[in-house]
Design a protein around this ligand. Structure first.
Ligand code: PBG
Length: 331
């Protein structure tokens, strides 16, 4: 067979060997891209496994510190902290959020002793502290009330920053919270602390395993957060949220979830000059783990492809439950 098409352009030439493929590769994953979300509780004993998130645990404060030291040694830049609060401390008004004995503040203080270059990102939302599991306060009619929630969130953000958090990350989706938090931080002489705004956070079914991890699940059916988190059908609304957060003083904007919202990441990337973060959430992690456990998907290849797609869409940094293991593999 010596048929030969007379082709000037043969894109396969650039795919011929691993070496040429690595030279022409347009998107690369780097250790600097990754942020590990970490769960922890205030009790003793061993780290607790989370059934729907294989390989991820609820740390004790001691194991949390060990993990952070190890991640700092591996060259990770930042972790995002999520406290699992004792149900005895939860109430309707989320009072424990701003109690000085909140384990979150203790954890931040301890982690910040590891190294000044190892950044701590603290989530700002009320769901770990409310008995009803919502991110905001409810009125008598059962509606989330925006402005009183924002006031409490700003106090929480200041306490996180005073404990040493480098970045506070409001994940509540209340209106006006970025401005309120910026003002409160500045008033407390914390001008150097950043705000990573969960700007476009969708009311997603992919958060299920996270709510198992934090025990913020109430009853059997998923909590309806549609009055504050965004409709998965909307993208123009995401651009509005990003614009407002930018005007209100956000330093980084975030899209969440990531994998099912690549078009949103791309659109936001083009609409703002701020850095764009993407959160590959618990359900995205769980899907890959589950299919791989069944032998239906190749774990490493699927994981890497999912992360590459998020970066290719335009994310400058990725919060992912795979972050720590990737850095360990790349060591
Ligand atoms: C709550 C919060 C959630 C996540 C991060 N912060 C869950 C929710 O809104 O119900 C989800 C993260 C994940 O699924 O990995 N403020």
């Amino acid at each position: 067979m010596n048929t030969s098409l007379n082709l000037l352009r043969r894109p396969r030439r650039n795919r011929h060997t691993a070496s040429i493929r690595s030279l022409v590769q347009e998107t690369k994953l780097h250790r600097e891209d990754f942020i590990q979300p970490l769960f922890f509780h205030g009790g003793g004993g061993e780290p607790q496994e989370i059934e729907s998130m294989p390989g991820i645990v609820r740390h004790t404060i001691i194991s949390l510190l060990e993990e952070c030291r190890s991640l700092a040694d591996l060259g990770m830049s930042a972790v995002a902290l999520f406290p699992c609060i004792d149900p005895a401390h939860k109430d309707e008004r989320a009072m424990h959020a701003v109690a000085s004995e909140n384990i979150l503040f203790r954890a931040i203080k301890e982690i910040k002793k590891i190294s000044p270059r190892f950044l701590v990102i603290a989530d700002v939302a009320l769901d770990p502290y409310t008995s009803h599991g919502h991110d905001g306060l409810l009125n008598e009619a059962g509606h989330i009330v925006n402005d009183p929630t924002v006031e409490l969130l700003a106090r929480l953000a200041v306490m996180e920053a005073e404990a040493g958090a480098d970045i506070v990350a409001p994940s509540d989706m209340m209106d006006g919270r970025v401005r309120a938090i910026r003002n409160a931080l500045d008033a407390a002489s914390l001008q150097d602390r950043g705000i990573m705004a969960y700007s476009a956070k969708y009311a997603s079914a992919y958060y299920g395993p996270f709510r198992d991890a934090l025990g913020s699940k109430v009853g059997d059916s998923p909590l309806d957060k549609k009055s504050y988190q965004m409709d998965p059908a909307n993208i123009r609304e995401a651009l509005l949220e990003v614009k407002l957060d930018e005007e209100e003083g956000a330093d980084i904007v975030m899209i969440k979830p990531a994998g099912a919202y690549l078009d949103v990441i791309r659109a936001v990337r083009e609409a703002t000059d701020l850095p764009v973060a993407a959160y590959q959430v618990s359900g995205e992690y769980a899907q890959i783990c589950a299919a791989a456990q069944l032998g239906w998907l190749d774990y490493d290849a699927t994981r890497n492809e999912a992360l590459l797609a998020i970066k290719r869409a335009g994310a400058s940094m990725i919060l992912s439950y795979f972050s720590a293991e990737l850095l360990r593999e790349w060591k």
